[in-house]
Design a protein around this ligand. Structure first.
Ligand SMILES: NC(=O)c1ccc[n+]([C@@H]2O[C@H](COP(=O)([O-])OP(=O)(O)OC[C@H]3O[C@@H](n4cnc5c(N)ncnc54)[C@H](OP(=O)(O)O)[C@@H]3O)[C@@H](O)[C@H]2O)c1
Length: 268
């Protein structure tokens, strides 16, 4: 078993493989990264390709692609990228007789090797090496699907974290500390999470009638939020962008509809 890349994640992957009893060869571009305990460090990727399975975990596909050769027998690609990058790598693998598994890691390095580390993978369904890293979950035959799930879930994370940081900054303008506000924010997120199945169903049926909260009222709310952030001396990029998107959906005729109708503007 080989691991290419000894960054934060690659090192954790190599350590987890050692923990499962595999003999592990590791390679990293720079020599300054420490060698994980009980692994064998090699100086070139080609030496690492002698293993039956090569796990890659580099920062980007651009960093990874120049290293790949048809000497690899099985490539387990855990470098993050776009669906199209994953599909292109799958095509390259097929053309070069390399068995290919495309995975994404929905966890931080500290969780690797525990059941909390969810590994989504697509393409070849039978790759047990992933068991060493956490809880593998096969999302489909198309090699691009794992990357699609990854970016969709990360998109929710980045939007949520951005909204939270904006809120902390806003509360901070009046001296309210994060530790005072955060428990309320966390409860609020749980409540919002419970609303997603219904919202998802509305996007599918495209029936946006609501007796809960119309888009009109949410556009006014976003205007107030943008104004409040400006008045308190803060950056307004996030609330302004949401306001503008929701307002476009309103102008397209969804003012009396539910928030779910904004998806029609996103899909345009
Ligand atoms: N960290 C996380 O929480 C996390 C979570 C999920 C997924 N991931 C994914 O895991 C992958 C690695 O992330 P990381 O956190 O381990 O990053 P990192 O700590 O910054 O490590 C990056 C690795 O990529 C290598 N690299 C960068 N450019 C290179 C090049 N041109 N040629 C060869 N090697 C190159 C680095 O080698 P040098 O040491 O020579 O610079 C290093 O081994 C990313 O795709 C990331 O999205 C990370």
């Amino acid at each position: 078993m080989s691991v290419l890349g000894l960054g934060r994640m690659g090192s954790a992957l190599a350590t987890a493989l050692v923990g499962e009893g595999y003999e592990v060869t590791v390679w990293n571009r720079s020599e300054d990264k420490p060698t994980p305990a009980n692994t064998t460090r090699v100086k070139t990727p080609e030496e690492a390709f002698k293993s039956d399975v090569v796990v890659t975990c580099l920062s980007t596909y651009d960093a990874q692609q120049p290293l790949l050769t048809n000497e690899i027998k099985t490539l387990v690609n855990l470098t993050s990228g776009t669906p199209e990058q994953a599909r292109a790598t799958a095509r390259w693998a097929k053309d070069n007789g390399v068995e290919y598994v495309d995975g994404v890691i929905m966890a931080v390095p500290q969780q690797i090797g525990t059941p909390q580390a969810r590994i989504l993978f697509s393409g070849n369904e039978n790759h047990h090496v992933l068991d060493a890293f956490g809880e593998p979950f096969h999302v489909g035959e198309d090699a691009g699907l794992a990357a699609l799930y990854d970016l969709a879930l990360l998109g929710i994370m980045w939007a949520t974290f951005g909204g939270y940081l904006q809120a902390v900054a806003l509360m901070g303008t009046e001296g309210i500390a994060p530790e005072q506000f955060t428990p309320m924010a966390a409860d609020w997120l749980n409540e919002l999470g419970a609303m997603l199945p219904e919202m998802g169903a509305e996007t599918r049926s495209k029936s946006y009638e609501t007796d809960v909260s119309a888009l009109d009222i949410n556009v006014s709310g976003l205007r107030m939020l943008t104004d409040a952030n400006r008045e308190q001396g803060l950056d307004t990029t996030i609330p302004q962008a949401l306001h503008d998107l929701f307002e476009r959906a309103q102008r397209s005729g969804h003012g009396a509809h539910s928030i779910a109708s904004v998806i029609e503007e996103i899909r345009k």
